[in-house]
Structure formats: structure tokens, C-alpha cells
Design a protein around this ligand. Structure first.
Ligand code: 13P
Ligand code: SF4
Length: 314
């Protein structure tokens, strides 16, 4: 059956097909926190970039169906070169990952020959292969601290770089990239949220601009936000919480804790690329073994070192 035909099937049938194909193929469904709720509900593991990499590194499934954006599925493939890694939508690219090329990174390395290169996991495999160590939003501080007082090239997110530099005092040379979803949060959004929810704590992602981060009570990765809400339930019952990240995570939290007042910092923080995956595409992908993530062996072998160094430090 063609992929478009799956879109006409009822959700119940798609869910049955996904369950059947997963059992037949010994597949695991790894799902990022920003995915549509109907996909999150079927995930064997739902998490942030670090959790998903750790899960990919230890899975004994034969097939990994990865619901997220392409750099996440590529990381799963790099960590499991002999497994089949599938993505439901080939065009789900993270725009921030496209903001730095291996050529641009090589020029930066030439300009700063003594610097160590830290790449955010939101990068292509080729950029990871040019880097010394990878990091995610949940371990960037730890990774940078593990490098002592060396000069650091940090790519591609300038906001995460500024946050980590502020927390560690490290000498960081940032690349001028950003995430369009988080870079759009403004001080006005913060002021409006504080007016509407004067007692609520503000929890934001480190990809937000510095002026937003400076107003936050807590800065953490998407799964760090889930842990924050779990650990502060009684405070949130009294005063609420405002969450500054993509709306998919806010929806997940609202579903988990229907009694809590959990508000988005903006209703418009939507990552279109994350939302390209649908139940129909997941069913099609699993039943047809498409789209397979394939990368050149030499790039995978070098990129793996930067991911493995990160996993060792974390
Ligand atoms: P997390 O690793 O915090 O889930 O972030 C991934 C991402 O793409 C943020 O925009
Ligand atoms: Fe990339 Fe931002 Fe979307 Fe995350 S939310 S995948 S960083 S564009």
C-alpha cells in the first residue's frame, strides 16, 4: 500500500498495524517529547535527546523506529550501525542543525587551532565527525566542565553556548546558530505570563535567548522539565508553572497532570519539523521498512567517538 493510502485509515487500525509490525520485527518506538500526542502515547520510550541516545545505545531491539527529527535518528544509527533505524518522514530536518556545515567548522578549527570542539547533538553526522565531543541540553554544562580550562568552540546554538559559558565561566567561541522555536520567546512573553500567573514559577529550555533565561526560575532540557513538574507538584498545585519550550512537551505535561495549572510561555511555540510525523507515516514506515537511515561508514565511525565521549561523561 502507498504511503498516502495509510492517511485514510482510521486511527484504531493504524495503532493495531503499528503494534503488529513492532511485534513481528522486534522493533522499539523511540519518541521525542515534541512529537504529536497520538505518537507519544505509543512510544516505548519518550524523552529528550540525551535519554533517546542512551536508550538507542542500550536497546536489544532489531529495529529502531525513531519519531523525532533526522539528527536524532542519525545518532541512533551511529550508535547502532548494524541495526535498522527507520524514520517516518525523511524531510523532518532540524533547521538549527543545518546552520553549521563541516566546512564552516573546519575553518573555525583552523582559526582556533588549540580549541576543543563541542557540538550540540542538533548537528549533522558530518559535523559530529569534525567535533571532539557532543552534548545535549541536559548535559552541556557537565560536558564543558569535563574539558578543564581549554578554549572551546561550541556549535551551533549561540543561546545554549551563552548559557553554558555563564554557568561554567568557560572560554567559549560560539557559532551564530539558533532554534527558531526557542529564539522567538521574548521578554514580552515573560511579562505577559507573569501578569496572568503572578505566583507561577517559570521553567525554560536553554535554547531560549539570554534575556528570557535571566527571568527563569529553572533552566533545563525537555525531560528535565518533566522531572521538575514531578518533583514540584505540591508547589505547582498552589501557584502553577509556566513552561518555555515547544508546545508538545506542554501537552504531554497537561495530560500527565490534568489537575495542575501548566501554561505555555507561548501558544505559538511549534516545531513544524517535529510535527511532520503522523500515525499513518509511522505505520507505513514500520510495515515497509522505510525510510532507512544510512550514513557513510567513515563518517559514522568518527562521529561515534564524539557521541561515545559524551555518554561516558554523562
Ligand atoms: P531536548 O534534548 O531538551 O529534548 O531538546 C531537543 C530539541 O530539539 C530542543 O529544541
Ligand atoms: Fe530543531 Fe528547534 Fe525543532 Fe528542536 S525545536 S528540532 S532545535 S528547530
Amino acid at each position: 500500500m502507498e504511503r498516502d493510502a495509510y492517511e485514510k485509515l482510521p486511527p484504531g487500525e493504524l495503532i493495531e498495524r503499528i503494534a503488529r509490525a513492532k511485534a513481528e520485527k522486534n522493533a522499539v518506538l523511540l519518541v521525542h517529547n515534541y512529537q504529536k500526542m497520538e505518537i507519544q502515547e505509543l512510544g516505548d520510550f519518550i524523552g529528550d535527546s540525551l535519554g533517546l541516545s542512551q536508550e538507542a545505545a542500550k536497546t536489544d531491539a532489531d529495529v529502531i523506529e525513531f519519531c523525532g527529527v533526522d539528527f536524532m535518528a542519525e545518532s541512533a544509527k551511529i550508535l547502532n550501525p548494524n541495526k535498522t533505524v527507520l524514520i517516518p518522514e525523511r524531510e523532518a530536518h532540524c533547521p538549527m542543525a543545518a546552520m553549521i556545515t563541516p566546512e564552516a567548522l573546519r575553518s573555525m578549527k583552523t582559526a582556533h587551532p588549540n580549541a576543543v570542539v563541542v557540538c550540540y547533538v542538533n548537528t549533522t553526522a558530518a559535523v559530529k565527525a569534525e567535533s571532539d565531543i557532543c552534548c545535549t541540553s541536559s548535559n552541556a554544562i557537565q560536558v564543558v566542565q569535563s574539558l578543564g580550562d581549554r578554549e572551546i568552540i561550541f556549535v551551533p546554538d549561540k543561546n545554549l553556548a551563552a548559557y553554558v559559558a555563564g554557568k561554567t565561566g568557560a572560554n567559549i567561541i560560539p557559532w551564530d546558530g539558533h532554534c527558531y522555536v526557542h529564539a522567538d520567546f521574548t521578554l514580552e512573553d515573560v511579562q505577559e505570563a507573569k501578569k496572568k500567573h503572578p505566583e507561577a514559577k517559570l521553567v525554560v529550555h536553554p535554547e531560549c535567548p539570554p534575556e528570557v533565561i535571566n527571568e527563569a526560575d529553572w533552566v533545563t532540557s525537555t525531560s528535565g522539565m518533566v522531572t521538575y513538574v514531578e518533583q514540584h507538584r505540591s508547589d505547582i498545585e498552589k501557584s502553577g508553572v509556566v513552561i518555555g519550550t515547544e508546545i508538545g512537551l506542554v501537552q504531554q505535561l497537561k495530560n500527565r497532570y490534568p489537575g495542575l495549572e501548566i501554561s505555555p510561555l507561548s501558544d505559538w511555540a511549534i516545531c513544524t519539523q517535529m510535527k511532520m510525523n503522523t500515525l499513518a507515516k509511522v505505520a507505513w514506515s514500520l510495515e515497509n521498512n522505510e525510510h532507512r537511515v544510512e550514513l557513510p561508514a567513515e563518517i559514522m565511525n568518527t562521529a561515534r567517538l564524539s557521541l561515545e565521549r559524551m555518554l561516558e561523561v554523562t
